[in-house]
Design a protein around this ligand. Structure first.
Ligand code: ADP
Ligand code: MG
Length: 288
């Protein structure tokens, strides 16, 4: 419980001036925790096959504290996945810098676990084999591999399913395997790109609770992209709202509700109010 309360105090600072305007000014509190990820004036342009340049992201700046749960909301095609890939070091920004604990990101780093909408499991491997994969690639000895994978499978509550293949699992269970695999190298940050987008509503609720538990237990910093405003409001310490392309950071909304948050909270006036505010920012056209 103490841990949950401490976690709640981990706040994020947004340095972009436009995000400082409006009624959320008061929420722009400096993190008492060490800054973990910093995105500084980052822009991204893509050049298509027709040689035309598209500016997907236009000078975004934010900083995320250690152990924070941050969601990113924004219209389709605004650059949420692009921002994630740049943070993971899998895509290079056109302008600006991204740092992890003060060190510039220059390429892929193991300190980052990624979960996508599709679990992307190897169908011929068992649950155990899929979770062990990143450890194998890193050359971790077999005994240690087996032990770490078991712990991760236990973390996502799939013990007993180690020998099953992905085709024998439900969609929710497959995403649990993807989370266990992403956590196997004990990353300090978990990047999740619409991980529950393909799941039915009930499984999604269950996975939201599970993700909250896993993030509290592992103390990982989580950056979570979703199209569900409710999911973002329920799970996050803060929500970043991006504008349409070329995207800027439109607003940051603080959600100072203690954890663990019960599923009933989803139907509460408190979350309802936050959802309305987020929706208003998403739907508005003008500057905030
Ligand atoms: P989101 O995840 O918010 O839906 P993306 O990050 O996938 O958006 O894409 C942002 C914009 O950048 C889109 O307009 C998309 O077409 C463009 N884009 C993304 N990746 C590429 C690429 N490899 N080449 C050209 N354009 C791209
Ligand atoms: Mg995307």
């Amino acid at each position: 419980m103490v841990e949950a309360t401490q976690r709640n105090r981990r706040l994020m600072t947004i340095t972009q001036p436009s995000a400082m305007a409006g009624q959320d000014m008061a929420a722009q509190v400096k993190s008492p925790r060490p800054e973990f990820i910093r995105v500084d004036n980052v822009s991204k342009e893509f050049t298509g096959a027709d040689l035309k340049t598209v500016r997907a992201i236009d000078s975004i700046s934010c900083s995320i504290g250690q152990g924070e749960f941050v969601s990113i909301l924004g219209p389709s095609g605004c650059g949420k996945s692009t921002l994630m890939m740049m943070i993971a070091g899998l895509l290079k920004q056109t302008e600006g810098t991204i740092t992890f604990r003060g060190k510039p990101v220059t390429g892929p780093h193991v300190d980052c676990g990624i979960v996508f909408q599709d679990a992307v499991l190897l169908p011929w491997r068992t649950v155990q084999g899929n979770v062990e994969l990143p450890l194998e690639v890193r050359g971790v000895p077999q005994r240690e591999r087996v032990e770490v994978a078991r712990k991760m499978i236990d973390l996502v509550r799939l013990s007993g399913f180690e020998g099953k293949r992905p085709s024998e699992l439900s969609g929710g269970m497959q995403q649990r395997v993807a989370i266990a695999r992403a956590m196997s190298l004990k990353p300090s940050v978990l990047l999740m790109d619409e991980p529950f987008g393909a799941l039915d509503a009930m499984t999604r609720d269950e996975m939201n609770l599970e993700l909250q538990r896993i993030s509290l237990e592992s103390n990982a910093t989580v950056i979570f992209v979703t199209h569900s405003i409710l999911e973002a409001a329920f799970l996050s310490d803060r929500v970043l709202v991006m504008s349409g392309r070329p995207s800027t950071l439109r607003k940051v909304i603080d959600i100072p509700i203690p954890r663990p948050r019960p599923i009933d909270l989803m139907n509460s006036d408190q979350i309802g109010g936050i959802v309305s505010r987020l929706r208003a920012v998403l739907e508005s056209k003008g500057p905030h």
